[in-house]
Design a protein around this ligand. Sequence first.
Ligand code: AMP
Length: 214
Amino acid sequence: MKLIMLGPPGVGKGTQAQKMSEKFGTKHISTGDILRNAIENSTELGIMANNYVSKGELVPDALMLDLIEATLFGEDSPSSFILDGFPRTIPQAKALDKLFNKNNTKLNAVLLLDADFDLIAKRLSARRVCKNCQAVYNLLTNPPKVEGKCDKCGGELYQRDDDKLDTIKRRLDVYKTQTEPLIGYYKESGLLKKVDSSGSPEEVFNRILNILGG
Ligand code: AMP
């Protein structure tokens, strides 16, 4: 299965991709996680990306395309994956199509998770991430059992710098102008499937399973 998760930041793409990966062993590829990791380890990519990520801006397409080609079709190329956070621009989507053609492979579906921007801003400012295993929590909808600690590995939870209010606003603007046009792009190719993202993570996950099964 080869899937893309599309939708604004904070809508729950990462949480759902994580659930898919736990249930089916599908590889969860989050370009945001890869970049944060690179930044934390001060790799060449991390140093180039840091300035964009910290401001809520998009990292240039050329850098992202090299990264995605290496991740999807380099060594250890996964047979089944779910892309979370890529593509984010029309040029990225077109380049991804070319990569799929070149490698004789096809996408199964693009899942669009949508929600109201006010709700998203609230959700994003309540998001916490495990420093150790990157598991995602939400103080409103999916809190950890022990405050500040990851249920899975006991790691420390933190708030991403770009989940603070000013940067959230910038990220939502960037989504509207640069990423939302992908909805039309994938609608045209017949791959787009809308998922109602209201309710608990389990309810949303069940809707996804129905869509993929049906
Ligand atoms: P995310 O965790 O998906 O919200 O991504 C966090 C940040 O990483 C974004 O605000 C961008 O700065 C950067 N980023 C992640 N994926 C991409 C992408 N496909 N294209 C450009 N920048 C990206």
